[in-house]
Write a protein that binds this ligand. Structure first.
Ligand code: SF4
Length: 364
């Protein structure tokens, strides 16, 4: 792949400059952009509106796709997980979650992850590599093509969440560029307002995101109401402890639009962080910082060799009730795709017994 440029990771302006360097008019760049992102084509040979000779030159210098779908897993609840490989043979996972009103695609920002959250299977891989903007965009294209077919409009619109493998704020440049490319009305046209980025708490990037005019929504994974416990569950807390994290959130709050709230994610681990006292501590912490936030409670998704069990339903309810009684908006997130290792914290390039074959759209 050396010297070969992945055109999916270029903006329209960059594509225009790229074709001009090849002595072609700038509008050819716009044509390629529309083919890659609006029609979601994954090879130059399918772009039959381009002259054949030009397609040949493109094939020599560039590529339209670098990810290959290795396996596709279909959950009994309709969730699909894709295990893909990069050109340098690293795993990338993406999850498509069909929902009543709108579908959601959960994408990865890194192959593996350098953070060591103790409840997350991805952590076991360590960091393999940060993904490029093109690799991020291509995950969305592949999932949409599988669901709706190449070039077909998505009937219900799509929400994106950066909650797959990796810490998105450690892939900040790739992520922000991918979001700009995907927001382009001549392409996928998925605007940042339909994107949520979930971080383990990289404080400088929270501050930086607050300064971005057209920015995605923010979610922060908390997992514990005290530094003592969070240090164990999410070691990134030793670098940016709760008070610093929540102070950055308070600053971020100034950038919220009317009616917008950001989200705290709280994974519930049986007997570890799900007691009534933890709920009271969490409510007090958020109230002390006077944050306009909601809390998503996520029952842990068990996976060997993680040492945790999910909290029983009555514990989840009690936790939620205590938060609400103290004025904190709380919701319980229904786990999706647990049976195919597609749920939160389960992405670790795993196979299961019965992958369904990739469709022809993915094999380009
Ligand atoms: S929870 Fe997220 S940040 Fe933590 S190890 Fe897993 S992928 Fe990385």
């Amino acid at each position: 792949m050396n010297q070969v440029i992945h055109l999916t990771g270029l903006t329209q302006a960059e594509l225009a400059a790229f074709v001009e360097e090849m002595d072609e008019p700038a509008y050819r760049g716009r044509q390629i952009f529309a083919s890659l992102h609006h029609r979601r084509l994954r090879s130059f040979d399918e772009m039959t509106d381009l002259p054949k000779e030009f397609r040949g030159k493109l094939n020599d210098r560039a590529t339209a796709s670098t990810l290959k779908v290795e396996s596709r897993y279909l959950s009994e609840d309709g969730t699909r997980r894709y295990l893909m490989k990069t050109h340098d043979n690293l795993p990338v996972e993406t999850v498509f979650i069909p929902e009543e009103r709108r579908d959601t695609i959960c994408f990865s920002s890194q192959s593996g992850c350098p953070l060591q959250c103790s409840f997350c299977l991805t952590a076991k891989l360590g960091l393999l590599r940060t993904l490029t903007a093109g690799e991020i965009v291509e995950q969305i294209t592949i999932a949409l093509n599988d669901a709706y077919g190449t070039g077909q409009k998505t009937p219900r619109g799509t929400n994106l969440v950066a909650m797959g493998a990796g810490e998105p704020f450690l892939a900040f440049e790739s992520l922000m560029k991918a979001l700009r490319i995907m927001a382009d009305p001549r392409g996928l046209h998925i605007v940042p307002n339909r994107v949520t980025v979930s971080t383990a708490g990289i404080v400088p990037r929270i501050r930086e995101l607050a300064t971005v005019t057209d920015r995605p929504h923010l979610a922060i994974s908390l997992a514990a109401p005290t530094d003592e416990l969070r240090d164990v569950l999410m070691p990134i807390n030793k670098k940016w402890p709760l008070n610093e994290l929540l102070a950055a959130c308070k600053e971020f709050e100034r950038s919220l639009k009317p009616g917008e709230r950001f989200t705290f994610e709280y994974v519930l681990l049986d007997g570890v962080n799900d007691g009534d006292e933890h709920a009271r501590q969490l409510a007090n912490l958020l109230n002390r910082h006077n944050l306009r936030a909601k809390v998503n409670l996520i029952p842990h998704n068990p996976a060997d060799p993680l040492p945790y069990r999910p909290s029983p339903p009555e514990r989840v309810e009690s936790f939620k009730h205590i938060l609400e009684s103290k004025g904190v908006h709380a919701f319980v997130r229904r786990p999706r795709g647990r049976d195919i290792y597609a749920a939160c914290g389960q992405l670790a390039a795993r196979g299961t017994a019965n992958p369904t074959p990739p469709t022809r759209h993915q094999l380009a």
